[in-house]
Design a protein around this ligand. Sequence first.
Ligand code: NDP
Length: 343
Amino acid sequence: MRTIAVTGATGFIASHTIALLLEAGHHVCGTVRSLARPDAHAFLTGLPGAAERLTLVEADLLAPSSFDAAVAGCDTVLHMASPYVMTVADAQRDLVDPAVQGTLNVLRACARAPSVRRVVVTSSMAAVTDEPDKSVLLTEANWNTTSSLTRNPYYFSKAEAERAAWSFVEGEKPAFDLVTINPFVVIGPSLTPQLNTSNAIIADLLSGKYPGIIDLTWGMVDVRDVALAHVRAAETPGASGRYLCAGDTVTMREVVGILRGLDVPGQRLPSLGMDNAVGSLLVRLMSYTQPGGVGSYLRSHVGRAPRYDTTKIRRDLGLSFRDIRQSIVDTVADMTRWGHVGR
Ligand code: NDP
């Protein structure tokens, strides 16, 4: 049994992780931005084991020393909080600063806490590449060096945050070791009422936001597997370095096919086939009419597919991945339950 701090406890991935940690008997200290409305955290405080072993404390990524209370007395810290939005008014202020300064604020707090032995940072495949290429087999050695404030700014925030984390450990030589989990697109049932940005891809397909079936291929992973990866990273003494975390790849055409079979009330799935050379050209042209984050995402991903090697996470953390096609089905059932789709 350990005492583990989890930043951004309200998040899609964090809430599943906290549920697993409590189930395993650990004590958990979760950080939230505000405790003003306790009912807003009922999905956490109502988890089995929460009454006895979950504490929530306030912390903000941009407030130095904000995480001191949360990590004090913990042996492990899972840093999951980071803004996950594709389009913002000011990429530096709204994405990069909270991601990078927040990561450094958490690591500094951990370095000041003598009890902390392991910090697991939730990084992303966004720190690995922002332009997948079928001819490249991605591994933990790959780094995204192409994103910027104007090109895939969310990706830039994650790559910069992870780079800052490794530099901090290298420079400061703290008493803890650092592990990162780098998930691809995370989908699955949600414990929180909020619709996560990655589940929104499926909701957007159902609600008719896409003009046609585009040549996009996603590496996807179930949120329950990502949560387990974090728990294993916390519990496995020999875990080290980065871990790519992803199940299978699926094309938009495959996802649409699965969704069509589910026959969700009111669904407006795309049917126009744009997953060909002409369609991809049109998408690239149309991308310039889209908000910044979405436009650059389309330009760097259309017509491309990621290939990756997840040997390391399977071997070191004993992880296996759920069938992502079943996860899509589970995601739709869950989004229907929350009222995000099917109305
Ligand atoms: P969510 O949006 O569900 O959770 C993000 C969390 O970060 C929320 O708890 C949010 O708090 C918190 N947060 C955001 N800004 C601040 C801030 N300024 N101060 C304190 N807390 C803040 O996202 P996910 O669960 O999907 O993501 C969790 C982590 O996983 C992130 O680091 C994300 O980059 C990473 N990731 C996610 C992937 C995905 O597909 N979902 C893929 C790869 C990586 P609040 O509730 O108050 O807004």
